[in-house]
Design a protein around this ligand. Structure first.
Ligand code: SF4
Ligand code: SF4
Length: 104
């Protein structure tokens, strides 16, 4: 069983503002998006999988997603893709897995 909450993979529900900002900076520092074929420069922040970053203002076309090569993806056991266009891990989890869970 995963050590992470199924929906709150980054564990942001239980941390204070300082810890949240530390974790966000860690995600951005390790993010592989700038070397992805889909990436278009111009957003203030990458790390689109993290809850508060939001989708990209500049990326409009999905080509390939290299999130599964990213250390953050592996460390936090993420399981979605195209965070830049489709929304964050928790957002996609709620839309897809949350909807499925409600259907059970
Ligand atoms: S999983 Fe994807 S969006 Fe998240 S930090 Fe890694 S490359 Fe960036
Ligand atoms: S979220 Fe995925 S598709 Fe989007 S830029 Fe990052 S690696 Fe590429």
């Amino acid at each position: 069983m995963s050590k992470y909450d199924r929906l709150d993979r980054f564990g942001v529900m239980d941390i204070d503002k300082e810890e949240y900002e530390r974790k966000q900076a860690y995600v951005i520092k390790n993010c592989k998006c700038p070397s992805c074929p889909t990436f278009v420069p111009g957003d203030a922040l990458t790390g689109y999988c993290f809850p508060s970053i939001g989708t990209s203002d500049n990326i409009k076309a999905e080509k390939d997603c290299i999130c599964n090569t990213c250390p953050v993806y592996k460390e936090y056991e993420l399981n979605h893709t195209f965070y830049c266009t489709r929304c964050s891990q928790v957002c996609q989890a709620l839309k897809i897995e949350g909807a499925a869970a409600h259907g059970n």
